[in-house]
Design a protein around this ligand. Structure first.
Ligand code: FAD
Length: 512
């Protein structure tokens, strides 16, 4: 006998709400699930979130989105990594690339060979010289990775910079065309079952009552259902990540169009710079314990490389996550579930992971099996806690001595999981990959070495090559990287040919 579809109500129409709607309508059978999204024009969205990780391409491909069309519609550019300026000490810079360092030799990860040559006093240069993505980024060049995995041009991936508001609009159109219903209105009341505590209805300002079986809370920092209604506790991580404010401001685009995000350390935090087709997004993330709002605003405006296009906008936040993301029949996705500062552009990835995990563990009409919720919560913790460790690494391993924020984060007690990861690398250049969660070995290597952590040893299996053999392999690799990257197209030219956005498109006033 046919049963009615499970009624899923998504609360919130920011990036989290529309990624959830689009992902679920694509992955789940339409006869089994009825998807409705409620968003409030009066409240609006957070309006930031412009830099992404390569996983977003998998998400868009899964939806079947045409890349060039999506890039045109969102004023997008390509991203090969993130440049960290002054994070180890003033004057230094390194790139965390979306790609590998070198190649495995004698069955062993590249960093062991590089470490061995470096400790033997060979003139091998920095690890970062052995990344194709970094060489391309430094040349402000872009081309699609080669599909032939033997080619040096296959050793990188890419992500996008895009206008966050335009991306949510794009997904909204996409999801609504495939059956997601949208209701505009502000939720003013939530009805719960007296016995189970499950949410049954939400009431809008207009008086309309919307009933559901499963509620996905994408209401942003308010966490209307997960935090406020279900009372799921907040775990505060400001002990490790003290930045709690950001000013965001767009400015005029400048040349060349860089294929990477820049994050520049400041005395009280750091400044992001993200080049889009129609403008550059900028923001100063800072800790109010170490920098006043006035100082932060002035520092940001003083470092723009084009004319400001709007007044700087202040956002307040706290690093952390809810103790659980799934409680009863409520699942919190996006800012409603947790927040990590945008240093490694991880929030949109965390939304994507949440949508994928939910689709895999989605309840049916038969009711919610607690074991599915427990597994979802386990994955949620893994994703957030591992991402947190990676972000904290950028702060704790610094040599910006005499600056109060940086002295504080250099001397703080670290999460045990991070202390273990650093100790392993120091001992023998080991950087084991996770099965789940961000980031991969090469990402850890980029930041460990970039922040000045030097291994004392290496895996002795690397001794199977003679130092002469190793030296010649390293020189050959560097040459192949340089020659191939030098032949690439400039990023600006590539965009102009592949996905030029209409120049008439208006910059989003509030976004940055
Ligand atoms: P929001 O965008 O706040 O959306 C919340 C939705 O809920 C809105 O539609 C709102 O109208 C609705 N709502 C709320 N209350 C009600 C109610 N009562 N009734 C009806 N509707 C309601 N992430 C990245 O991946 N890369 C970045 O570069 C990046 N940069 C960032 C910079 C800063 C300073 C900050 C603060 C965040 C950044 N993020 C970044 C995070 C990113 O912006 C968010 O993860 C992303 O935008 C998702 O937000 P959201 O959809 O959860 O919340």
């Amino acid at each position: 006998m046919p049963t009615a579809p499970l009624k899923v109500v998504i609360v919130g129409g920011g990036t989290a709400g529309w990624m959830s709607a689009a992902g679920l309508v694509r992955l789940l059978a339409s006869a089994d699930y009825d998807l409705t999204l409620i968003e409030s024009d009066e409240i609006g969205t957070v309006g930031v979130g412009e830099a992404t990780l390569p996983h977003i391409k998998t998400f868009n491909d899964m939806l079947g989105i045409n890349e060039a069309e999506f890039m045109r519609d969102t004023q997008a550019t390509f991203k090969l990594g993130i440049e960290f300026v002054g994070w180890d000490k003033p004057g230094d810079a390194y790139i965390h690339p979306f790609g590998t360092f070198g190649e495995p030799w004698a069955g062993l990860d590249f960093q062991h060979h590089w470490t061995r040559a470096m400790l033997a006093g060979e003139d091998v240069g920095p690890l970062h010289d052995y990344s194709y993505a970094i060489e391309a980024a430094n040349n402000a060049a872009f081309e699609f990775p080669n599909e032939d995995t033997k080619s040096i041009r296959s050793t990188y991936a890419y992500a996008y910079h895009f206008d966050a508001g335009l991306y949510a609009n794009f997904l909204r159109g996409w999801a609504m065309a495939r059956g997601v219903s949208r209701i505009e209105g502000q939720i003013v009341d939530v009805g719960r079952n007296a016995g189970s505590g499950h949410v049954e209805t939400v009431t809008l300002k207009s008086g309309a009552v919307i009933a559901g079986d499963l509620f996905i809370d994408c209401s942003g920092f308010r966490s209307l259902l997960l935090g406020q209604t279900m009372g799921v506790a907040w775990q505060d991580w400001s002990e490790w990540l003290p930045c709690d404010r950001a000013f965001a401001v767009p400015c005029a685009r400048t040349e060349p169009l860089l294929p990477y995000t820049r994050a520049t350390a400041q005395p009280g935090g750091w400044i992001w710079r993200i080049g889009l087709q129609h403008r550059t997004g900028n923001g100063h993330v800072f800790s109010s314990a170490f920098c006043s709002e006035d100082q932060a605003r002035e520092t940001l405006l003083g470092q723009l490389d084009g004319a400001a296009l709007a007044e700087p906008r202040l956002l307040r936040f706290q690093a952390g996550r809810r103790a659980k993301a799934w409680e009863g029949n409520v699942i919190g996705i996006g800012l409603a579930g947790g927040f990590l500062e945008p240093l490694e552009s991880t929030s949109i990835f965390l939304i994507q992971a949440a949508v994928t995990d939910l689709a895999n563990l989605m309840p049916t009409r038969g009711g919610i099996d607690r074991r599915l919720a427990d597994e979802y919560n386990r994955l949620f913790e893994v994703h957030y806690d591992r991402t947190r460790d990676f972000i904290v690494l950028h702060y704790c391993a610094n040599r910006r001595e005499g600056e109060p924020l940086w002295d504080h984060v250099r001397n703080m007690r670290l999460p045990d999981s991070l202390a273990h990861k650093i100790a392993l690398f120091e001992a023998n250049a080991a950087a084991p990959d996770y099965k789940y969660g961000l980031f991969s070995r090469d990402s850890w290597l980029a930041v460990l070495v970039g922040q000045g952590i030097v291994p004392r040893g290496y895996n002795r299996l690397a001794d199977s090559l003679t130092l002469d053999e190793l030296g010649s392999k390293l020189r050959d690799l560097k040459r192949r990287i340089r020659t191939n990257a030098a032949a690439m197209t400039g990023h600006g030219d590539f965009i102009a040919n592949y996905c030029p956005a209409p120049t008439a498109a208006k910059p989003m006033e509030s976004a940055a």
